[in-house]
Unconditional design. Structure first.
Length: 64
């Protein structure tokens, strides 16, 4: 799939809007939907971690 993406002038090292397009055409939309959903969970998890770290820093600063 990456070779096909490169042949089309897309970036074979990037999934979103590059290899994703080729995969959707060749395999089907289910795979791309699955990857998108997993990425959303990952992004939400990272945001939650960042917010918790910021909160802990703020609490630490207030206690000084």
């Amino acid at each position: 799939m990456r070779k096909e993406a490169a042949a089309r002038g897309l970036d074979p090292d990037k999934w979103f809007n590059n290899v994703e397009i080729v995969v959707a055409e060749k395999i089907g939309i289910e795979t791309t939907t699955y990857v998108r959903n997993i990425f959303k969970y990952y992004a939400a998890y990272r945001l939650m971690q960042d917010m918790q770290a910021s909160r802990e820093r703020a609490i630490s600063q207030m206690q000084k």
